[in-house]
Ligand binder design. Structure first.
Ligand code: ZN
Length: 310
């Protein structure tokens, strides 16, 4: 995977990965958020428009230089968080696809009462924790609320040129509007902020996680698209489908085993001890466990499950 770095006055620096001859991955902005541009015979698709109109303009400028005469036909927002949607206005002619709960969350986030301003992460190489539900990067210059106009309820398919795109609602997890996007012709699965290469997966208990839906959607995707090999998340580098499946299995066993132990009468402390990462999920220890966030994410996951099954 080729990597280019370029500097802009506005954005400090941007990394661009050539995932394939038709796929460019941009990592940019204060949250190092990923945006991906996919080229087809009939135009471009942008997955996540990053944190500001300025960031989206940079993506557009770079892409137009590389792929002359290609215009953006579709935008897909993986979920409503500011660093994935605040460049939408830069693509006024595109169809903007998101889950049906996304617009109401974007509107709530744009309400000044809910204003939350983010500061830059201290260590720019670490992945920032997910922003809370109602978040607007209120000081973003020139930001204009630009809502999606095609809504996914369960599944949505479209073709552009020679490529097909399949989008599923994952079920409440990181937010209540998380999408998974499959591009079978490229072997790519997009997972938004649900799974990362170097971080344990975690979820927000404030949106009642729909674990049964998670299971059925992931097994449907894996069966229906045997050509998938690479996963692109909302932050960080792409990773293998194998690592995604391992992380997914971790989450599911955490739910199942915590529930079983609770039903058998174990105390919360006993559950936390016996399902420790070291003892039960040793092969995932490398996922940022040495930093403070890995271990606490794991404990947080167990506590969230305990809270949910109370
Ligand atoms: Zn997010």
């Amino acid at each position: 995977m080729a990597l280019t770095l370029f500097y802009t006055g506005l954005l400090i620096f941007t990394k661009v990965f050539s995932v394939s001859s038709d796929v460019l991955l941009f990592s940019m902005g204060t949250q190092a958020t990923n945006s991906t541009v996919i080229r087809t015979d009939e135009g471009l698709v942008v997955i996540d428009t990053n944190e500001s109109p300025a960031a989206a303009e940079e993506i557009l400028k770079y892409t137009k230089r590389k792929w002359i005469n290609k215009s953006v036909k579709y935008v897909i927002n993986t979920h409503h968080h500011f660093d994935h949607v605040q460049g939408n206005q830069v693509f006024p002619k595109a169809k903007i696809v998101a889950h049906k709960n996304c617009p109401q969350q974007m509107i709530a986030a744009a309400d000044p009462k809910n204003k939350v301003i983010y500061t830059e992460p201290k260590n720019s190489s670490s992945i920032p924790p997910p922003p809370p539900a109602k978040t607007l990067y209120t000081d973003t210059p020139g930001y204009k609320l630009t809502l999606p106009n095609i809504f996914v309820e369960d599944e949505y398919n479209f073709n552009l040129g020679e490529k097909s795109f399949t989008i599923y609602y994952f079920g409440a997890s990181h937010t209540d509007n998380d999408l998974l996007i499959v591009i079978p012709d490229e072997g790519l699965l997009f997972v938004g902020d649900l799974f990362y290469k170097k971080l344990l997966p975690h979820f927000s208990e404030s949106y009642k996680p729909d674990v049964n839906r998670w299971k059925s959607i992931v097994s449907k995707i894996v069966e229906r698209f045997p050509s998938l090999h690479t996963v692109i998340s909302g932050h960080g580098e792409p990773f293998t489908l194998e690592l995604f499946r391992k992380q997914f299995e971790y989450l599911i066993s955490l739910f199942d085993e915590t529930k079983n132990m609770k039903e058998l009468g174990f105390t919360d402390k006993e559950i936390l001890d016996s399902l420790s990462l070291e003892r039960r999920f040793g092969d995932l220890q490398y996922l940022d466990v040495k930093s403070s966030s890995g271990g606490s994410l794991h404990k947080g996951n167990i506590k969230s499950v305990l809270e949910l099954i109370k």
